[in-house]
Design a protein around this ligand. Structure first.
Ligand code: NAP
Ligand code: GDD
Length: 397
């Protein structure tokens, strides 16, 4: 059923929304009109209607994923009207979104289909678009490199183009008051074989997987649309973030599920790949706060988001088994099938810029995160419903 808010006309491209301000963002040549207006100013202008304040409206691609669910919850708690893009005719993850996020409105679309994205932006008429959709599992990006390029890389272009076309932005027509703000989910995987440690917004990229390469494309394209068209388009360079909602193919969840299975006597062995890789692991619920803050600034900028503390996969494993009172060495087996063709050995964030300019801080530490995930999986696997593991098994390159 269409609600009143959905039926209310919201012009994205009409002249009333085209109020260029003569203030160029840093790094942009002067002499051209760039329509930066403050977030509060833009918000206030939308609040002057006779019907009272309008909620800001967000469209999230990747709503069925880990981050999509936490971001939607966070935005709903801030009073946003939240829309989510879902793909497929009968997407099996949609019922989970409906259970968890009953207030989110869903719209169909696919990052492979430009027309569907234009239609989704026209339908939702968002103030903010968060592009979280991607093929996000690094090993899969070697198996399906072309598809990863299409979704994780070119998908960013298609979302930006949908916003540009729906907003009537062109080389001669820059965005104005109330323009749609865009967030791109960039990744620490872009740093790859790191040139320095810890990594900042200024650290150069050396991606080590087709996924990382595709993310670099999306990252630079987002910067390019900001510089070419004056769009409020930013990237969050997020380091690994996890939760009980993490897909079971990623190492933290694979380990927390493995520990729960070992504890409950369901499986004895946990087969893993490289135990010496290091990651800067944080809690997804903390990281989505940073996404919203990035779109609430007066001027667009990219930010590194991470804890600044790094742990090896082995220390993750030790801690997770310890939570269940087990010795990891009785259960973990190293299996070459999980070793990648090229590895990212270590990642560690320097998120000083986010701390200073966004006031963002991670609130959940590593031990707390691992404990939360193991306890959640123990509860899940002890329950009557059981758990259907969606993981694929061995990765074949
Ligand atoms: P995730 O759980 O794997 O979710 C990926 C989402 O993308 C799913 O909702 C999936 O929908 C959607 N998707 C895939 N292909 C699509 C297509 N062709 N069209 C539309 N939607 C499509 O990932 P996540 O952990 O939430 O991460 C969110 C984003 O942040 C991703 O872009 C990821 O690369 C990036 N990132 C994640 C981390 C991290 O540690 N989690 C760190 C840095 C960056 P279906 O349910 O239909 O498959
Ligand atoms: N998945 C997995 N499975 N990883 C393993 C395993 C295993 O059995 N054994 C060891 N690892 C090591 C990997 O080799 C890697 O060094 C590390 O654990 C983390 O792997 P993942 O959890 O799969 O995450 P990722 O770092 O490759 O990628 C995640 O973080 C990126 C940000 O840096 C994903 O969420 C990406 O989408 C994200 O961009």
């Amino acid at each position: 059923m269409l609600t009143e808010a959905l039926l209310r006309p919201r012009d994205l491209s009409g002249s009333e929304h085209y109020h260029p301000v003569h203030r160029a963002p840093p790094g942009v040549p002067s002499g051209r009109c760039y329509g930066w207006v403050g977030y509060r100013e833009a918000t206030d202008s939308r609040c002057r209607g006779r019907e009272g304040p309008l909620a800001r409206r967000a469209l999230i691609t990747g709503i069925t994923g880990q981050d999509g669910s936490y971001l939607a919850e966070h935005l709903l708690s801030l009073g946003y009207d939240v829309w989510g893009l879902v793909r497929g005719q009968s997407n099996p993850r949609v019922p989970r979104v409906r259970d968890l996020l009953a207030d989110v409105k869903l719209v169909r679309g696919d990052l492979l289909d430009q027309g569907s994205l234009i239609a989704a932006v026209e339908r939702a008429q968002p103030d903010e678009v968060y592009n979280l959709a991607a093929i996000s599992y690094v090993p899969m990006s070697w198996q399906q490199a072309e598809l990863t390029g299409e979704v994780t890389g070119l998908g960013v272009l298609r979302v930006l183009e949908a916003i540009r076309v729906c907003s009537g932005i062109s080389a001669s027509r820059t965005p104005g008051r109330g323009q749609i703000r865009f967030y791109q989910a960039s990744s620490s995987e872009m740093f790859g074989q790191v040139r320095e440690s810890p990594q900042t917004e200024a650290t150069s990229f050396h991606p080590r997987s087709p996924y990382g390469v595709a993310k670099v494309y999306g990252h630079f394209l987002t910067q390019n649309y900001r510089e070419s068209y004056g769009m409020y388009a930013v990237s969050g360079i997020l380091f690994n973030h996890e939760s009980p909602r993490r897909g079971s193919e990623f190492v933290t969840r694979k380990v927390s599920l493995g520990v729960a299975k070992a504890k409950l006597g369901l499986e004895r062995q946990l087969r893993l790949g490289n135990l010496s890789a290091s990651r800067d692991w944080g809690f997804a619920g903390d990281y989505v706060r940073a996404m919203q803050l990035m779109l609430a600034q007066d001027e667009p900028a990219d930010f590194v988001i991470g804890t600044g503390i790094t742990h090896t996969v082995q220390s993750l494993v030790e801690r997770a088994f310890e939570v269940a009172g087990l010795d990891w060495q009785d259960h973990v087996v190293c299996d070459a099938a999980f070793i990648r063709p090229a590895e990212v050995d270590q990642l560690c964030a320097d998120a000083s810029k986010a701390r200073q300019r966004l006031g963002w801080e991670p609130l959940t530490g590593f031990d707390e995160l691992v404990t939360m995930m193991v306890e959640s999986d123990l509860k899940l696997l002890s329950g009557n419903g059981g758990y259907q593991d969606g993981s694929f098994g061995h990765d074949v390159w």
